[in-house]
Design a protein around this ligand. Structure first.
Ligand SMILES: [Zn+2]
Ligand SMILES: [Zn+2]
Length: 198
């Protein structure tokens, strides 16, 4: 499902059969109730066919595979060479995390501080020309912040933008009302123009 060499997830597409997308092509990430070990997430993603589709990813694929730390089916499906690479990536990622580097981060507006985060805490994403809006459920305080970041901030682990756009507004924590507010907010004004008065 996730290919560490290209940083892309593979999903099925009704038009193309198969499609490969980056994390920043995800639009909604929603944890499914029930399945806990491992947790399963339903994602809605923007496909290169021009449509949006749904797919399923496990917690491992979402948070650990981009770091080369996933095991199980991910490694078993790969060739021996890729497996070595994955192990090396995993070692490297583990060392960087131990050294205090964050694979992903966001700015928690209610707490007024940056926080480390994993992709499973991103729950809504929306791309504009140069930036991407992400709604993040804070793993520490559970409240929701909307940040504006670069695509690489989302897609490349350990790439953290030196400056993150922070929307100075409190958002609902539940998916449905948040989805409405997020869409209204993004549709209300030009993304980059909004960014200037954050
Ligand atoms: Zn498609
Ligand atoms: Zn917080």
């Amino acid at each position: 499902m996730y290919d560490a060499l290209t940083s892309r997830y593979t999903f099925s597409c009704p038009v193309r059969g198969e499609t490969r997308v980056t994390l920043s092509a995800f639009r909604v990430i929603e944890r499914l109730p029930g399945a806990a070990h491992p947790a399963v997430y339903r994602v809605t993603f923007r496909c290169s066919c021009g449509d949006e589709h749904d797919g399923l990813v496990s917690h491992d694929e979402l948070d650990w595979a981009p770091l080369g730390l996933a095991d199980g089916t991910f490694l078993n499906l790969m060739t021996a060479r890729t497996e070595e690479l994955a192990v090396e990536l995993g070692d490297l990622a583990a060392r960087r995390i131990q050294a205090g580097e964050w694979p992903w981060s966001f700015f928690c507006y209610p707490e007024e501080r940056p926080r480390p985060v994993f992709p499973s805490s991103f729950f809504l994403l929306s791309a504009a020309d140069r930036s991407i809006g992400i709604a993040v459920r804070c793993p520490a305080c559970t409240r929701v912040s909307v940040n504006l970041v670069s695509h690489t901030h989302v897609d490349v682990p350990f790439h953290n933008d030196p400056e993150i756009g922070v929307v100075r507004q409190l958002f609902p924590v539940d998916l449905e009302p948040m989805l409405e507010e997020f869409r209204a907010f993004l549709g209300s004004t030009d993304f980059d123009a909004r960014r200037l008065d954050l």
